[in-house]
Design a protein around this ligand. Sequence first.
Ligand SMILES: [Zn+2]
Ligand SMILES: [Zn+2]
Length: 313
Amino acid sequence: MFLLRRLLSSAAAAAGASRGPPPIRVALTESSGRGVFATRPVAAGELLHSAEPLVSHPAPSLLHEVCYICLRRKAAKEGRGSSGGGGYFCSDACREHAKGFHDVGKRVDWSLFDEHCSSRGLKYPYMAKRLACMVISGAASADCLNILQPARLHQGTLIEMEEEFLLLESAFRKAGFQEEVRKFLTKEWYINVLARIRINAFRVELIASSYEDLLTSAAASVSCDASVGNAVYMLPSFYNHDCDPNTHIVWLENANVKLKALRDIEEGMEKCSLSEELRICYIDTSMDVHARQKILEDGFGFQCRCLRCLSGD
Ligand SMILES: [Zn+2]
Ligand SMILES: [Zn+2]
């Protein structure tokens, strides 16, 4: 009981500290493009900020198990019957939030597109499809992901994307959407969007436990449920990677993500006008250096030169 009270009071302290503007800023780093920095000393366990997705999508196999919008898991007692056609909504707020673009999506026969993606195990095209519906409904602008860094794409990938685009475009065309409302939907748009989703989408893994665990966990890896889906964010995408990160990115019950300091972080570094950079780990920190290097190179297109990698750990 005493422990619980202590945890709750530290939770309240963290919440109090997180009121007002978050203690971070985005600025240029010396070698990794943009990065995120603390604007004041930050204590271990402090919540830096949270963020809502720009675009999210449930894992294709969980469409009827997690919320169409916030990726919250359906409670076991809700049964399987309440999701109806086209996805499950956990609340009226999520249903309302999705209304415009969910209605656009429902007008389209997605069978060819979905079949194409599911037979190849693709998940990101579903996010591009949702974004296209959001643009048509007015819920998002066609260029809303442009601020994010794009992945470098190989020729083979471009050819695959072209196939996906043709299926997406023809699905909208066959559903009777006028050229006027789908004029943004070009091959270039699709490739641009996918290039950004590929390296900026986070695998959303909800922590099965509680807020207290978030505040007390010292390690970057907390036991998680399997992924419930993917989401792209604005600010969290500006964090650079480190295999021994000082910041943890975490999801509790839904896709609204929280960023938490893993250790005390100084505001400034010696002979450096910028504060210490806040970095998250893009991958599983428990892998060895060779496995990490390979995944970062293949998946994110860079060679990690963090202190942990340089030490061979
Ligand atoms: Zn929801
Ligand atoms: Zn590294």
